[in-house]
Design a protein around this ligand. Structure first.
Ligand code: F6P
Length: 369
């Protein structure tokens, strides 16, 4: 049903930050509904905010939307570039906010839809403050964006991580091993805890609950005393030991690898160290599986397809109404606009009294504390 006449005739869409399943479904949702709602012209901005800075865009026709609902990744490309911190020479940065504003104006964009996680919400607020009309959608496998119950991408990643735990169970059981599975999620434990509950892990370590090795050893010894000759331990990338709370994270020092690769290696230190300690204390063969980027690849689940589409359509409706400067948050059964000021710079970690944590404790899933 056509919505109503709108001042918005041309929209831009970009995807920014780490990719996840459902981005293409969201692009399709926005574009289709914006066309139907107000006959909008749709411009795809390539590679996140880089496209705005460097004027890299594509005009998107109906044909460009074919196959997007089900495909993984993002057809627009993505990056972690910030408008106000564009890498220049010798490791320095330049503020390219002006270039973003100029591209937006030159292309006659009336509203820019930014699809991304926490970093994207910050960048979007920055551009809002520079005078652009912005609507954002929350996506990330980490599920850590503030002011939304859930982000799209989370369900797909949790499905992948759960399947991995299922598969690791059988091989752990055959070899009587401890299997550590290293799960993404940045500084939030949503993904690790969700997959651990769904996959029936024995221990789950999340950043919200610093862990103590003795607690894990006791839990695994207890399992062994009951005749269980294998165990499944999931470790969120942000998990930390009780001893290291408040201390600086250990860094990998080497000149041979890029800063980002060293950072990537640093993410897995907790599971590496833990594996060595567990093997030593329990004298059980231990193996580590790092799920890594597999969690971000491939097709979205039906839940993520639906959520991404609904968010995209809602974005079009808000633009038609002239509502800008907001992220669309999922609040129970509703999709509600939330001012970007309320979202940017905040992180949604798991509250310690959350139902998932209570459930974990009641079924004997050890949380390392
Ligand atoms: O935000 C999604 C995420 O996959 C995090 O779980 C992880 O910490 C990070 O992105 C990895 O980022 P990059 O793609 O830059 O290595």
């Amino acid at each position: 049903m056509p919505y109503q006449p709108s001042q918005v005739k041309t929209i831009g869409i970009l995807t920014s930050g780490g990719d996840c399943p459902g981005l293409n479904a969201a692009i399709r949702g926005v574009a289709k509904a914006a066309r139907d709602a107000f006959g909008a012209e749709v411009i795809g901005v390539l590679n996140g905010f880089t496209g705005l800075i460097e004027n890299r865009i594509v005009h998107m026709s109906d044909r460009d939307l074919i196959g997007l609902l089900t495909s993984g990744g993002t057809v627009l490309g993505t990056s972690r570039i910030k408008p106000n911190k564009y890498p220049a020479q010798n490791g320095t940065f330049r503020d390219m906010t002006g270039a973003c504003v100029e591209t937006y104006r030159r292309l006659g964009i009336d509203c820019l839809v930014c699809i991304g996680g926490g970093g994207t919400q910050k960048n979007a607020l920055h551009l809002k403050q520079a005078g652009l009309n912005i609507v954002t959608l929350p996506k990330t496998i980490d599920n850590d964006v503030a002011e939304t119950d859930v982000t799209f991408g989370y369900d797909s990643a949790m499905t992948i991580a759960t399947e991995a735990i299922d598969r690791l169970h059988t091989t752990a059981s055959s070899h009587h091993r401890i299997m550590l599975v290293d799960i993404m999620g940045n500084n939030a434990g949503w993904l690790a805890l969700g997959a651990s509950l769904a996959g029936g892990a024995d221990v789950c370590l999340i950043p919200e609950i610093p862990f103590h090795i003795d607690s894990i050893v006791a839990a695994l010894e207890h399992r062994r005393s009951r005749g269980r000759r294998f165990s499944l331990v999931s470790v969120a990338e942000g998990a930390i030991t009780l001893d290291s709370v408040g201390k600086k994270k250990q860094k990998i020092h080497t000149k041979k690898v890029s800063k980002s690769l060293a950072h990537e290696e640093g993410r897995h230190l907790a599971s590496r160290e833990l594996a060595v300690m567990l093997e030593d204390r329990l004298e059980m063969e231990t193996r580590i599986t790092t799920l890594g980027y597999i969690q971000r690849g491939g097709i979205p689940t039906p839940t993520d397809r639906i959520l991404a589409t609904q968010l995209g359509v809602k974005a079009a409706r808000l633009m038609a109404d002239g509502t800008f400067g907001v992220m669309i948050g999922v609040k129970g059964d509703h999709l509600e606009p939330v001012a970007l000021e309320q979202v940017a710079g905040k992180k949604k970690t798991i509250p310690l009294d959350h139902a998932m944590i209570q459930t974990a404790r009641l079924i004997g899933l050890n949380l390392g504390d």
